[in-house]
Design a protein around this ligand. Sequence first.
Ligand code: EZ4
Ligand code: CO
Length: 402
Amino acid sequence: MRIVDARVIVTCPGRNFVTLKIVTSDGVTGVGDATLNGRELSVASYLSEHVVPALIGRDPARIEDTWQYLYKGAYWRRGPVTMSAIAAVDTALWDIKGKVAGLPVHQLLGGRSRDGVTVYGHANAVDVDAVLSEISAYIDLGYRAVRVQTGIPGLASTYGVGKDRTFYEPADAAIATENTWSTEAYLAHVPTVFARVRDEFGPALKLLHDVHHRLTPIEAARLGRSLEPYHLTWMEDPVPAELQSGFREIRRHTTTPIAVGEVFNTIWDCQELITDQLIDYIRTTVVHAGGLTHLRRIFDLAALYHVRSGSHGATDLSPICMSAALHLDISIPNFGLQEYMRHTPETDEVFPHGYRYEGGYLHPSEEPGLGVDIDEELAARYPYRPAALPVNRLEDGTMHSW
Ligand code: EZ4
Ligand code: CO
């Protein structure tokens, strides 16, 4: 069996997605997500210019060899564009292998290690009263874990609080919108939110919070300490993570668990974080960290150091990425939590999938392969629309991390 075609499909059913569909000489097809929010066409171009021509004629069964070929063979290693393209190929080849074997991909990864994949939802609202009712709505749906984000008094807008409550979408304009940030206003407000939330919902509910890369290590240490009475499951992305040793400073001061990794591309981005036990959850995901092959390598390293998985699962990761992530989540020994933001009905229609939500868990598809596809005719009805993520400035105009 040989690869005879590989199509790069760009579609915008409410938001932009890039998909690679690989076709074999036996007529078996496989799909992979290649979406990089706000940089979609860069990955599409990398795939069509540099990857697709090298795939034609290859044996689709050689997943590891193809991964190494695309990684080592690029010479210019790593980076989000390259690694998202490699991820798409890798994911599609696992899909094909599952279909050829007649098995769902989690059976190829060792089978189930648990009954369901525990997910967390996003409770976002402008103020505390409104966020309490958002959390109640998630509890009514069966969720056991909720990420809580609110507006900050004195700031016009902040990360995680959107216009549409059901479908939060940060990439909301062709040219990036500008937000204003105040660390002091934020650090003063967040503990008051979690005091109310813990008081209202009791000790069992898992609570999470995303700092979204905005603090310095010592500021994050202060936040972690002030949140200790409310025992969060994790404090996410407390600082920008280029400096892995920066997490040592946070660790020295607080027992609030730390999660990081949604923007990481390879195992090298988190090697020190994991081996020095500076984090508790690694949030790398299929599409941005080199596909199932590389993500499993990261999770296996993490397992040696008491670090559990907590894969990114925002709406800019397509249902193909979610399908793949669930096969890994259900099979690995050190699964922690899976982020889950529901896609719009338009997105779900373009990507028919077999995974399902029930009572706080997602269940992977039992169909051979990944159990997801792209409806190419429907996808063609939603042309690409430029959309950028926001940028962030301090009150005096200085550029800050968003
Ligand atoms: O801002 O996926 O934890 N989730 C997140 C996301 C990211 C977006 C960026 O494309 O931080 O909402
Ligand atoms: Co995040």
